[in-house]
Design a protein around this ligand. Structure first.
Ligand SMILES: N[C@@H](CCOP(=O)(O)O)C(=O)O
Length: 638
């Protein structure tokens, strides 16, 4: 009896451990069918009638609504001015109105009715959301609509336009984390492995569904339009095409990738290639949508963020509702970092988790208005002229969601970082070399992570999620340029160009022998994660790329019985590699990796300052792991 209301949900698996009924709940929740509500009196649930062959999932959901009509819906959402004080502001709009700005010209926000949602405990929501994953029940098979009550509670399932987006992979970046950052708990949320190849699908399913509803209500919406750096236009045109709604997209000429350009073309959008940048297109679409019956689909429209926030909820869900320490989000127009904040905040407010992660927004240095604002200690915001960047989807100088992003960062004790072109391309290449295939924007986010690890802000054991916003296949040209060493003023340090070889056995053998002789005999070539497979005896045995950017002049490798720092003998012989840096005065590190213990002094004693890079056995020394600071040693056997 106590848990029966959960069983009433049409999509609920009955083998769940059910939370107890909330004491505050007075009425049956609106989304639960009346017939099922009878189950709360221990009435056996009737055996479902076998479904006719012609059934599809939408028809089935429709029929279910007819036979078990939902009770009056307790949940609701409305537009309110963004950041307005709820105790004094009375301004609000129905989601069925066509409105993008508040009376004062500020941003809007979708406000859910928290008091209705709070009638259910966090355990209820966790179990409900978990029960919908991996199913094909319309519309809950979507990662977005599995949280329908928190997104657009009022929309009929029949009006929803969905590609079952969301539920994207949370990838454990094991090798990248260990090898380059000394991290064991690094994750990449692959939002780009999605219907149109970017996280924009999450917002667009919500926006286009609402447009579908508005059109059925005979509201004046001829079509839907957006300005785009490529991903928004791809998502908009696909969802509109799927619903038979016209889409109009404004693209900055020659500033988006071919793969992104072909998406709206193929989906039948009306594509305008405009001789300006994204900010210019954004200005135009805002003017046009205020004159014509074209609904604005950019994230200026706060509806979009209701879908995008579900990625944050999904991350918590994928960690079994444990909260990561850090979430790093690339930022351009800046709606997404707020969407993540909103998702995390809702989960905390509604009792699903007890804290939220710290957010990092990562920008390209060539388009960094938020970074500059942050660095000025939130002094005065100035839009910038966005310069060309390989991270073209975030080449935005005047982000419409600047206020939302600042709010999210302040509320989450957040940080803003930036990445130069070389840094983001190197990070992308390194990530790809460990088996990913990321977009340049994810390279921006990974660079931010590398910088925060290096400065010690993000600790080696901190659970960290990097949000990957788009699929790498949309950005193949930038990868080709990099691996062909074809980028002006860029070293392309990790380029891996193909080798042209004549079609005869001898030539192929020559090439392969050379390759095999160069194959690293070290595996795991970062600093403290170094696993020594074989000994080297001098610096000439190694191609030393750098140690934290400093040149080396000597290397000594030895196999000795080492003494632990507490004076006890270690159990095993350890391989150690001592690297002598040229400018030994400014950077020192003890053999256990910390910068402040007695060992450091002992080692500095002489003229030489040594870096010890230990072999695998040393990793078992707990103290070593706890105290070490990052040292990126990149070595290649030559
Ligand atoms: N990167 C975006 C730029 C538009 O941002 P939005 O948040 O308004 O969709 C794109 O892919 O077009």
């Amino acid at each position: 009896m106590a848990s029966s209301y959960l069983l009433q949900s049409p999509n609920f698996s009955t083998n769940l451990k059910l939370p107890s009924k909330p004491t505050t709940l007075k009425t049956t929740p609106s989304f639960l069918p009346i017939k099922a509500a009878a189950a709360s009196n221990n009435t056996p649930t009737p055996t479902p009638t076998p479904t006719p062959k012609s059934n599809n999932i939408r028809d089935k959901a429709r029929r279910q609504n007819l036979t078990n009509p939902p009770q009056i819906n307790n949940f609701s959402a409305k537009y309110v001015p963004f950041g307005a004080d709820p105790s004094t502001s009375t301004e609000s709009y129905s989601l069925d109105e066509i409105v993008y700005r508040s009376q004062s010209g500020g941003l809007l926000d979708v406000q859910q009715d928290f008091s209705a949602l709070k009638a259910f405990p966090g355990s209820y929501w966790r179990a409900l959301f978990d029960s919908r994953v991996g199913k094909r029940t319309w519309p809950y098979g979507s990662g977005v609509w599995s949280k329908k009550e928190w997104v657009l509670p009022d929309i009929s399932s029949d009006d929803i336009v969905s590609a079952f987006e969301g539920n994207t992979n949370l990838f454990w970046a094991e090798r990248f984390g260990k090898q380059f950052l000394g991290m064991n708990d690094l994750w990449v949320k692959h939002c780009g492995i999605s219907h149109t190849g970017s996280f924009k699908d999450l917002g667009m399913t919500v926006l286009v569904s609402q447009v579908n509803r508005l059109r059925k209500m005979n509201k004046p919406v001829f079509g839907v339009g957006c300005a785009s750096t490529g991903d928004t236009s791809a998502a908009l045109s696909a969802y509109c095409a799927s619903a038979g709604i016209p889409s109009i997209v404004f693209l900055p000429a020659d500033k988006i990738s071919i793969a992104q350009l072909v998406q709206p073309i193929a989906n039948g959008a009306f594509v305008l290639s405009i001789d300006t940048d994204f900010d210019g297109c954004m200005k135009l679409i805002r003017e046009v949508t205020s004159e014509l019956p074209i609904y604005l689909a950019n994230s200026l429209n706060s509806l979009r963020l209701e879908g995008q926030k579900t990625a944050a909820i999904e991350i918590l869900q994928q960690f079994d509702w444990e909260v990561p320490e850090w979430v790093i989000v690339p930022g351009g127009n800046l709606g997404n970092v707020y969407a993540f904040y909103k998702g995390f905040h809702m989960c905390k407010e509604l009792g699903l988790v007890d804290k939220i992660p710290r957010l990092v927004c990562a920008q390209a240095a060539n388009a960094n208005p938020l970074y500059l604002y942050y660095k000025s200690a939130w002094g005065e915001f100035k839009a910038v002229k966005a310069n060309s960047t390989f991270a073209s989807a975030i080449q935005i100088g005047d982000p419409v969601s600047i206020d939302r992003a600042v709010y999210a960062l302040k509320k989450s004790n957040g940080i803003v970082e930036e990445a130069t072109e070389e840094e983001l391309m190197d990070a992308m290449a390194l990530a790809d070399s460990t088996g990913m295939f990321i977009c340049p924007h994810t390279g921006v986010a990974l660079t931010a992570l590398m910088k925060l690890r290096k400065s010690g802000v993000i600790g080696s054991t901190d659970r960290t999620v990097v949000v990957s916003t788009a699929h790498g296949l949309k950005f193949t040209q930038s990868k080709i340029d990099y691996h062909s060493n074809n980028i002006k003023e860029m070293a392309c340090r990790y380029a891996n160009p193909p080798v042209s070889v004549a079609a005869d056995f001898g030539s192929v053998m020559d090439v392969l022998k050379k390759y095999l002789s160069k194959t690293p005999r070290f595996v795991g070539v970062d600093g403290f994660g170094l696993i020594m497979e074989e000994f080297v005896s001098s610096i000439s045995d190694l191609d030393l790329v750098d140690v934290n950017g400093f040149e080396l002049h000597k290397v000594i490798a030895q196999r000795t019985r080492q003494q632990n720092w507490d004076g006890k003998r270690s159990k095993a012989d350890l391989n150690s590699l001592t690297l002598y840096r040229k400018d030994h005065h400014t950077f020192t590190q003890c053999r256990y990796g910390c910068t402040a213990c007695a060992h450091r002094k002992r080692m500095i004693g002489g003229q030489k300052v040594a870096f010890h890079v230990w072999g695998l056995a040393c990793q078992q020394n707990n103290n070593f792991w706890k105290s070490r600071s990052i040292l990126n040693v990149k070595l290649r056997h030559i």
